[in-house]
Ligand binder design. Sequence first.
Ligand code: PLP
Length: 419
Amino acid sequence: MTTPTRPNTRLETDPSILNSEAEPTRPPLSTRVLARRVDEVPRSGIRRFFDILATMTDVISLGVGEPDFDTPPQVIEAGQHSLAARRTHYTSNYGTIELRRALAHHLERLYGVRYDPTEEILITVGASEALDVAIRATIDPGDEVILHEPSYVSYRPAVIFAGGIPVGVNTLLDEDFALDPAKVEAAITPRTKALLLNYPCNPTGAVLPPDVQDEIARIAVRHDLLVYSDEIYDRLIYGGYQMRTMGTLPGMRRRTVLMGGFSKAYAMTGWRIGYICAPSEILEGILKVHQYVIMSAPTVAQDAALEALKTGEPDIARMAGQYDRRRRLLVDGFNAIGLRCFEPLGAFYAFPQITSTGLSSEAFAEQLLREESVAVVPGTAFGEAGEGHVRCCYATSEAELREALVRIERFVKRRKTEA
Ligand code: PLP
């Protein structure tokens, strides 16, 4: 990783540091002021793209990774009742005991894994906070974290902000974007501290075949690695795939930091509730970071999440059923247009290959947006390994997906005749 060279000055000792206009020959202000680890992280590729999108109207967006459904009504009501009951105070740093108990029960029912709600479960501000505090509590400067790519935009930054070194292992279309255990093992060095897994995967929609998951677990045990398993899409799986949470595999419970959340399956992105489950010795350290930075997740949102766990199963079934239909529509549509698309068995993303158009991912996404008003995200927003693909979120209506396919086909045909 390259670090920009910069003067060894600090704001406190050099008040002129903010006066960049007066000293045009000095390095840019950001380089002088921002911490190195922040300065070296590029802006999110997704954000740049949405800046363009914000200037346009009538766009069909397959861009944002969030449900088009609203939060189920009884969950909203639970939030309203919470406020009406004046539940407007902090909760325990861990989160409400009711929510933690319900979550422990839920995970045991679904996966047969047991977490003690009093000391092995932490309620966080989304899976986003879970990721940040889990990594910051466990990574020392110079520790390496192996992650599969293309992968969720926050992973590399989260590792870098913690002083760690992200080590990418590419996954491939020809292998349905499942992680290759041999590549993981080859990436391990004496400095490797952890593996960061996200299956079902954003942006590819891939899941881990059971034999691959078993082998990854064996590698983690053999090399004594910690495993952060971001399972936020665990309930959005299709085609008969059986989800197994990482902690249930032999030797894994004591080394797994399970991260999850309510945003995707329960359509609760704006409520900002996630969680971490881990052995108490690990969770205690993570709690320390959470407690000093966050204090506790919002009370009203925790109360709503509790209702989601109690009564949200039919809602998950309804929404996942619709995602499944849309998934088939989009995947079949892409393959018919000549954009090769493997069948994603999880999350709500399709990741078609666009190399047949002769365009890079960025050029494809930008030109498609400008010419046909369809927003997709360039695969490179998820790491260089995403080149040649775009991410399309199918959490949007079937009518919009059909119209998007018509426009994409028109765009692709034009590119092919121009070539
Ligand atoms: N992890 C993955 C893989 C995601 O795709 C997302 C959101 O897109 C998150 C974590 C963050 O989710 P939350 O809304 O719970 O912070």
